[in-house]
Design a protein around this ligand. Structure first.
Ligand code: KIV
Length: 271
């Protein structure tokens, strides 16, 4: 059984209260109705409809190909399965970088067509105007700094970010900027734990880490990774809580044997 708070519905306000009283925030990704129902019923605080759907649902190498329409499809499916968690939908690559007007209309589509609670955008100063414009329409925004997978072609690799002083300093300034702009929370991905701790201490909004150590105000993992559906992806920061790849492969193998051996269906399993 999980140690979850008694909160009936998680809002952005609830998350800031959690930070104030030192209660850690749990966040996982989900991309479809059935998975969202399970994760929500288990008591997760935040469900992220991540653009990692591009990787784990569609089999793309990067998050770049997923479209706004596809994110809306995933977002709406997740929202239909959720009663308690706060649902955040990632704004996909190309839906907000052009200009703040385009960013706002993409965010409005996500909110109208999915009924999610908030959107997430990757980046700092470069996109702060877009963030402000989205916020001005009353749409809560979660920021995302550090390793920002939509910029993979700029970085060249998925290794740890902000190890050098200059990049760490820029990240701190970007984090301050996102807080000042009005973001309600900030994802910190794959950065040194000491830096994540410094940012988390300085900001009043909650930080949610992935590969950023234990001092962030919350943690997030991709559900396929933590359930062991993905066998190939094993970064140091990942803890696997199940081996669903093996469980599912064995179950499917068992079913195939039963069909081949005429064991399934039996008399009770027919009309
Ligand atoms: O898309 C995603 O799953 C994410 C998390 C890794 C934070 O952005």
């Amino acid at each position: 059984m999980s140690t979850q708070s008694t909160v009936k519905v998680v809002t952005t306000h609830v998350l800031s209260e959690m930070k104030l009283r030192g209660e850690k925030i749990s966040m996982l990704t989900a991309y479809d109705y059935s998975m969202a129902r399970i994760v929500d019923a288990a008591g997760i605080d935040v469900i992220l409809v991540g653009d990692s759907a591009s990787n784990v649902m569609a089999g793309n190498e990067t998050t770049l190909p997923i479209t706004l329409d596809q994110m809306i499809y995933h977002g709406a499916s997740v929202v239909r399965g959720v009663k308690r968690a706060l649902v955040v939908v990632d704004m996909p690559f190309g839906s907000y970088q052009g200009n703040s007007k385009e960013a706002l209309s993409s965010a409005i589509r996500i909110m109208k067509e999915t009924a999610a609670d908030a959107v997430k955008l990757e980046g700092g100063i470069e996109i702060v105007e877009s963030i402000k414009r989205i916020l001005s329409a009353g749409i809560p925004v979660m920021g995302h700094l550090g390793l920002t997978p939509q910029s993979i072609h700029k970085f060249g690799t998925y290794t740890v970010r902000a190890k050098e002083e200059a990049e760490a300093q820029k990240l701190i300034e970007d984090a301050r900027l996102l807080e000042e702009a009005g973001c309600f929370a900030l994802v910190l991905e794959k950065i040194p734990a000491v830096l994540a701790e410094k940012v988390s201490r300085e900001l009043t909004i909650p930080t949610i880490g992935i590969g950023a150590g234990g001092s962030t105000d919350g943690q997030v993992l991709v559900i396929h990774d933590m359930l062991g559906i993905n066998k190939e992806f094993s970064p140091r920061f990942l803890r696997r809580y199940a081996d669903l790849y093996t469980i599912m492969t064995e179950a499917v193998g068992h079913y195939i044997d039963d069909v081949k051996n005429r064991d399934f269906p039996n008399e009770k399993e027919q009309y």
